[in-house]
Structures are given as C-alpha cells and as structure tokens.
Design a protein around this ligand. Structure first.
Ligand code: ARG
Length: 466
C-alpha cells in the first residue's frame, strides 16, 4: 500500500489511531469537489511542466505524469474512475491514481506544492471558465431583449411609479432598461475575472517554497494574467469567489425584477403579454389556469443565490491567516451559484423570444391612469405659468375628469378653459399618449427617436464582443 492509500488509517507515522468514520464523512469533499477535476489536472500538468523545465523533476517523470493524467482524464470523463471517500478530496483521489499509474513520478508531482495552493488554483481556473460562459449568456440575453425592444419602439406601455400609472413609455424603452442592467452585470463579470485569473501555485502551504519554481511560467501556461504576490494571501482569501457571488446576486436580482414584471403583465388584471405555453404550467384543479412558474422560480432562486453570497462572505470573516479548512465550504455555494445563474439566463433568453406583446391592452391601461397629466402641466408652463401653479391647475382638472369618469382628453375645450384660459385646441395633441411619449426626447428618454438611437448603440456594442 502506498502512502495515500493508507490515509484511511492515518496520515502518516505520526498518527496512532485511524480517523473515525464520522469524521471521515464530515471532512471529505470529494463528492462535490470532484467537479474540479479538469482544473485539477490542468493545474498539475502546468506545475509538472515547470518542475521539469526547472530541472526539479526529470523529463521521464514529466512524460510519465502526462501519460498518467491523460488516462485519468479518460477514466473520469467516461465515468470509470473510482472516486474514494477515503481519499478525501479531488486532489488526493487524482494523485493516488496517478501514483498507481506512474509510480514514483506520480509521487514527485507534489514537489513544491501543497493542497492549499492547489485548491486555490483549481477554483480560480474553474471559475474563470465559468465566468466566460456566464458572460456569453448575459450577451445572449441582452441580444434577445434588444430584438424585443426594436420590435416594440412604438408600442405604448403605461410607465409606473409606486405601481401607479405615471407616464406613457415605449415598451422598447422599458426593455432597454433591462439591457442596461444586464450590460452592467457583464461588466462586473469581466472585472471580477481580472482578479480571479491570477495564480496561487507556488505559495505552497502558506510561506512559499524552497524549490526554484518559475511561477510566471505556470501562470502563462494556464492562460492566467499574473501570479498572486503574497503567499499567505494566495492560499487563504476567497474574496474573488465572494465578488463573483455578489455580481451573480445582482444579475439574479435583475432577473428577479424582470420576473416580477412578467408575472404582473401576464396576470388577467394587466393582460399586457402572453408568454409561450412551454414556459407556463397548468393547475391540477383549476382548468383555466396558466401559471408563470418559470419567472416565479427565477424570483425564488434569487433568494438562494443571495443566500450563497451571505454564506461565502460569512465563511471568510473570522479566519486567521492563512489557509483554514473552513475554505472547503466555498465550493458548494459557488457551484450552485454558477448553475443557478446559467440556467436562469438560458431560460430567460428563450422565454423573452417567446413573449407576445398586446399593445391594445397596454394602451388601454395607460389611458385609464391620467398618464398625460404632466404633459398638460408642461403645456401650461410653456404658456407662461410657473410649474407649481400649473401642477395645481392640472390636479383640479384631473379631479373633475375623475368625477365624470373620463380621461383628460375627453373633456371639451370649454371645460378645460375653465381651469386656465390659455388652453387651446392644440392641447389635445399634448394630451394624447403618443404626443406625450414623443415629447420626452431628452437623451435617454422614451421618445422613439431616442429609443432607436439606444438600440443602435447597444447593437454596435454587442457586435464588438467576441
Ligand atoms: N479539500 C480542501 C479544500 O477544499 C483542499 C485543501 C486541503 N488542505 C488542507 N490543508 N487540509 O479546501
């Protein structure tokens, strides 16, 4: 039996009794961290290549390690690899198998390395690649929203504040608000990536190592942007994972806000949209129901991802330097955050493409809420009234219209004139939903010209991304 196989009994000659079964289960991570196997092998090969280049191991050792790792990769991807709880984690499992296959060369792999810098490297490699997938999915979702925006520039939606009808806005404009949010999420991912993509290897257990390692070479061969500059920090901090979870939480919060709107809009009370049947579910008792399960679940899963952020940040707070086993707890929340975010982004991209917009219902709702009252006030300001007085005048007009259960535009000119003599026939254009929307032409406003300019800007921006 080699040293690693004996681990179930004791770590080394130092221990006088085997680890209890309960402790073995409690401390093992292999059943979740085996997910890091590709990064683990990738990191080991880079390390071994450097050891050979530096003359720390022989070229034959490197060849044997490479051959063994190729077979291990084969075994794992085909499901034939036997993961052993006794070997605690992904690192020891792979190393033990390598030693079976490559003999002493396998035992030399761990020269100048510790599991502490190994695991930190593995998570960073894994997370870097996942960030790239998340970023691509964020782009896909933005593109789907952009198409939706472009098709609906002229569709009028009641814009809300306090969920009360406020002012008419272009439905395209509303969609572009989400494009802005998700573009910031993508920027945050790119920013986090810069700090994730640095190499801990070479920090060894905590203090660095006495072997003449070339850390820059390892970083280069792993496509990393540089090396961590302090060995204690390199093995112990997981702030990059926390940052990622924070960026992921914000993206989920944005998805959750969109979910909430979709749920409201497809309810009978709004009736603004329909989402494709494949994204809804029926009720086992009420035959008339189509429930928005997908957006509801996305809203629910947002709580779960925010929970992971809280878990990760709390994990870090009491830890003295340097590595502590606490850090093994970083993996499950991180994995679940990535899985949840990617699934939600994928499903939303598809779902957005399958939304049917109902412009008449939106317009009808906008007409109900005196959405152009501000326009009447602005009209009076242009006739010379101070804004506060205009505001008060319009409030009286709205009150009168409400008591007759009509819209402002349905009041005859003679009635409107009672509120202010300066009101003329041209007021009816101002009071129309379209007139109101078209008038809001400040940069970033809802006037169709502005919305089209923003669509073009986002298109050009997204076309530049690989
Ligand atoms: N499974 C461990 C983790 O995830 C690997 C590092 C273990 N290092 C140690 N000194 N026990 O953090």
């Amino acid at each position: 039996m080699n040293q690693l196989d004996k681990k179930s009994q004791a770590w080394s000659a130092l221990f006088s009794e085997p680890m209890s079964e309960l402790v073995k289960r409690y401390t093992a991570s292999v059943f979740f961290d085996k997910r890091l196997w590709q990064a683990d092998i990738q990191g080991s090969l880079a390390h071994a290549g450097m050891l050979a280049a530096q003359g720390i191991i022989a070229p034959e050792d490197l060849t044997a390690i490479e051959k063994g790792m190729a077979q291990i990769a084969q075994e794992i991807s085909s499901g034939r690899f036997e993961w052993k709880l006794d070997l605690e984690d992904v690192h020891l499992n792979i190393e033990a198998r390598l030693t079976q296959l490559a003999g002493d060369a396998g035992k030399r792999l761990h020269t100048g390395r510790s599991r502490n810098d190994q695991v930190a490297t593995d998570i960073r490699l894994w997370l870097r690649d996942e960030i790239d997938l998340v970023s691509a999915l964020l782009d896909d979702l933005q593109k789907a929203l952009l198409e939706m925006a472009d098709r609906n520039v002229e569709v009028i939606l009641p814009g809300f504040t306090h969920l009360q009808v406020a002012q008419p806005v272009s439905f395209g404009h509303h969609m572009l608000a989400y494009v802005e949010m998700f573009s910031r999420d993508a920027e945050r991912m790119a920013d986090v990536r810069r700090r994730v993509n640095l190499l801990p290897l070479g920090a060894a257990a905590l203090a660095g190592t006495s072997y003449p390692l070339d850390r820059e070479m390892v970083a280069r061969s792993l496509g990393m942007d540089g090396v961590c500059q302090n060995s204690l920090d390199a093995v112990s901090d997981r702030d990059f994972a926390i940052e990622f979870a924070a960026a992921a939480s914000l993206a989920m919060v944005h998805l959750s806000r969109l979910s909430e709107e979709l749920i409201l809009w497809m309810s009978q009370n709004f009736g603004f949209i329909e989402i494709a049947d494949r994204f809804t579910t029926g009720s086992s008792i009420m035959p008339q129901k189509k429930n928005p399960d997908v957006p509801e679940l996305a809203r629910g899963k947002t709580g779960r991802v925010v929970g992971h952020l809280m878990g990760l940040i709390t994990l870090m707070k009491g830890q003295p330097l340097a590595y502590n086993k606490d850090n093994q707890e970083d993996k499950e929340p991180l994995f679940d955050t990535v899985d949840t975010l990617k699934d939600t982004l994928r499903i939303f991209t598809e779902m957005v493409g399958g939304i049917t917009v109902k412009p008449e219902a939106m317009e009808k709702a906008a007409l109900k809420g005196y959405a152009t009252a501000t326009d009447l006030a602005d009209y009076l300001v242009k006739k010379g009234l101070p804004f506060r007085d205009a505001h008060e005048t319009v409030a009286r007009a709205v009150k009168a219209a409400m008591s007759q259960q009509v819209g402002l535009a349905e009041l005859p000119l003679a009635v409107l004139k009672q509120f202010n003599v300066a009101i003329e026939n041209d007021v009816y254009n101002v009071l129309s939903l379209r007139g109101s929307m078209n008038a809001r032409s400040t940069l970033g406003g809802t006037a169709p010209g502005q919305v089209r300019a923003q669509v073009a800007r986002h298109r050009a921006r997204l076309a530049q991304r690989p």
